[in-house]
Design a protein around this ligand. Structure first.
Ligand SMILES: *[C@@H]1O[C@H](CO)[C@@H](O)[C@H](O)[C@H]1NC(C)=O
Ligand SMILES: *[C@@H]1O[C@H](CO)[C@@H](O)[C@H](O)[C@H]1NC(C)=O
Ligand SMILES: *[C@@H]1O[C@H](CO)[C@@H](O)[C@H](O)[C@H]1NC(C)=O
Ligand SMILES: *[C@@H]1O[C@H](CO)[C@@H](O)[C@H](O)[C@H]1NC(C)=O
Ligand SMILES: *[C@@H]1O[C@H](CO)[C@@H](O)[C@H](O)[C@H]1NC(C)=O
Ligand SMILES: *[C@@H]1O[C@H](CO)[C@@H](O)[C@H](O)[C@H]1NC(C)=O
Ligand SMILES: *[C@@H]1O[C@H](CO)[C@@H](O)[C@H](O)[C@H]1NC(C)=O
Length: 275
């Protein structure tokens, strides 16, 4: 049912848009008329969709072109004889050669909101669902971790406390999910920038990982942590010590030393799976 996928037919674009592809298929939307209709050629029709940021797909039938904005739709799958043409926008690195890559999930994050466009097939219909309901609140920040988008943040208490008190307890109360840790250097920098201040002591933060046990389901344990030399899974993990820009390990009952105070943790607020 796949006709073809438009690869580099369009002029070169030098930003994120160069992932944008149109997958061309035979089909017919079951509801709606689109937000704009034109009497143009099929090539002009899908080109128009390609360049319109609000266009999710275009539908072409008997010289009529309709553009559909991002939303929820069902598209009836047809055979070639029907001459009803659909061009669906997908974010793909390469065009499929044989397989129908109309099916899949595209997501992107902007201003702490995740936009998800999911296309499935049940053999009769392609069903498209679009949502932008996953948003990070106030004190948290959005990051992508492979197939997950997460909202993470730093939680603090105003005294020095051990891993259980400052980490486990804090990260699983008030609507927070669990402890987390830096999946990337960007996350590490964000956490460190939000550790606050506490008198003459420098605040350090506990991160997920106690004796090789991990709570955060959006990470493959500590695989992605930027680790300090000598990192092991023997004790408890933390960041912010001694100017180190990495995850270190120390005794879980530590609360402070001469200069440093373990006074909070990196926590997971929520996540969405876009696989
Ligand atoms: C896309 O839709 C938004 C919201 O309706 C609108 O503000 C914006 O101007 C549209 N963009 C284009 C390129 O039409
Ligand atoms: C599409 O449907 C999903 C649930 O299936 C819903 O969460 C979402 O808000 C809907 N999107 C629109 C644009 O109506
Ligand atoms: C498209 O995919 C690329 C690579 O996965 C990603 O970097 C980019 O943010 C995506 N863009 C959109 C608009 O989904
Ligand atoms: C980002 O979201 C906040 C809160 O919803 C809003 O006040 C702000 O205007 C948004 N910024 C942009 C660039 O859309
Ligand atoms: C797809 O949409 C059609 C028509 O709205 C519906 O009958 C069907 O159950 C949907 N399939 C799935 C897998 O959601
Ligand atoms: C954001 O957090 C601050 C401090 O906790 C609070 O005063 C403010 O009302 C919050 N804003 C929103 C939009 O939740
Ligand atoms: C952490 O502190 C609490 C309260 O002081 C204590 O009950 C707990 O045993 C301590 N945990 C560790 C690992 O030291």
């Amino acid at each position: 049912m796949l006709i073809f996928c438009l690869l580099s037919l369009f002029f070169t674009v030098s930003n994120g848009q160069n992932y944008q592809k149109l997958v061309l298929v035979y089909g017919e939307p079951t509801v709606g008329n689109g937000y704009s209709t034109h009497e143009i050629s099929w090539e002009q029709c899908y080109s128009m969709c390609y360049w319109d940021e609000n266009c999710s797909f275009s539908y072409y039938y008997s010289s009529q072109c309709s553009l559909y904005q991002y939303g929820n739709y069902s598209i009836k799958q047809l055979t070639s004889s029907d001459e009803k043409l659909i061009a669906v926008k997908r974010n793909l690195t390469t065009c499929p050669s044989k397989t129908v890559q109309i099916v899949g999930t595209d997501s992107y994050g902007d201003n702490d909101t995740v936009y998800i466009n999911r296309i499935t097939s049940d053999g009769t219909f392609w069903n498209i669902t679009y949502s932008s309901t996953f948003q990070c609140d106030n004190e948290t920040k959005l990051f992508q971790r492979g197939n997950y988008w997460v909202c993470v943040g730093v939680r603090l208490i105003d005294y020095c406390a051990n891993y259980t008190v400052a980490g486990v307890n804090l990260c699983s109360s008030d609507g927070w999910m669990s402890m987390t840790g830096p999946y990337s250097r960007d996350e590490l920098n964000y956490f460190l920038a939000n550790r606050g201040t506490l008198g003459w002591r420098t605040p350090t933060l506990w991160v997920d990982g106690m004796g090789g046990q991990f709570m955060d389901v959006t990470q493959n344990k500590d695989t992605n942590y930027p680790k300090c030399g000598g990192y092991s899974r023997n004790d408890c993990a933390y960041i912010g010590y001694n100017g180190y820009n990495c995850v270190a390990q120390g005794f879980c009952y530590w609360t402070s030393d001469n200069t440093y105070c373990w006074r909070g943790a990196t926590c997971l607020r929520g996540y969405v799976d876009v696989s």
